[in-house]
Design a protein around this ligand. Sequence first.
Ligand code: PLP
Length: 411
Amino acid sequence: RTRTVPLRPLTQPVRLQNVLYEIRGPVAARAAQLEAEGHRILKLNIGNPATFGFEAPDTILHDMIAALPMAQGYSESKGILSARRAVVSRYQDEPGFPELDVDSVYLGNGVSELIMMTLQALLDPGDEVLVPAPDYPLWTAATSLSGGTPVHYLCDETDEWNPSVEDIRSKITPRTKALVVINPNNPTGAVYSREVLEQLVELAREHSLLLMADEIYDRILYDDARHHSLATLAPDLLCLTFNGLSKTYRVAGYRAGWVAITGPRTHARGFLEGIELLASTRLCPNVPAQHAIQVAVSGHQSIEALLAPGGRLLEQRDMAWSMLNAMAGVSCVKPQGALYAFPRLDPEVHQIHDDLRLCLDLLEQEKILVVHGTGFNWPTPDHLRLVILPWATDLRAALDRLGNFLSSYRQ
Ligand code: PLP
């Protein structure tokens, strides 16, 4: 006979309260239920290229498979030397990128792990991090989880989603430690000009802020957009540049990313030792995937064909953008980079009070899965994010259905 003992309730710790990841949140959970019931859902919620037929170059798969027998053991905590060397050469090829040595590159299980690691190494309770709104929500979540306070600065839709330098300036306090810049941006698709980036760097200089540059979409650029790595404009500041294999190289499932640390470091010994310590506590990143890095970054950049005139990604970006703007009460700034559109639903026309509800209703009625704008820490319920990755026929069908749905939807 088993004895019943009272079980202590396991409640959620306070530090999880501001942690949101709506891209895989309640709408995605409901979509999974509907799929289990046999419905076909058009999923426009996750930027996961390979699952939409954007498969990785064969060479990447080949090198990873060939390395499997020798990838059985743990690697060095920072990651294998050949991959870190390849990352160094990638940046050496970029004009103006500051000096970078292999010991200043850490590999991770995706950029995600490195964002968590570096913020944990940086923050004491009450320290503030300037994070864009809208943002890729891991930045807000990881800041909160690390005990810090995310402070959102405005990216201005009326100015092509550029960061508002005035807003950033007004939010700097003595507790502000870092400025996060996501460029090209998820979710807005904005690519910042050199002039805009220079202003951000100048602010960081004035207030001695650490720069954290999430550049995971740096090679996914449309039309004549040009990407400038933030570090190239800030050789005199400590700058962490994050990138990896998930997007440009399309192997998100391998979980391979890196952070490159540049600039002066004598003032930041404690922080850098913290990164080293946390890198060793996680032992090492997934070793087989580390073997994919060298060939990916030094091989033929096959993403380019997808972005050139007639390329699949470019055509889908164009289609999504023009179909969205043709909908009554919907407007969308043309994405210049990344894999998303972030349209605005005019509040005069649509009067949405709860954008999560809207996404749930869209899913139930039209079997389309998109993410509500407030899930990206956007303050008002008037945006949606959709990925532009599905095959053109699916993308067109999804946008047709979204247009029909919005034309009669009221809250
Ligand atoms: N940063 C941004 C801006 C992203 O959009 C994503 C994934 O969508 C990540 C980081 C996480 O990337 P990884 O797969 O390398 O963890």
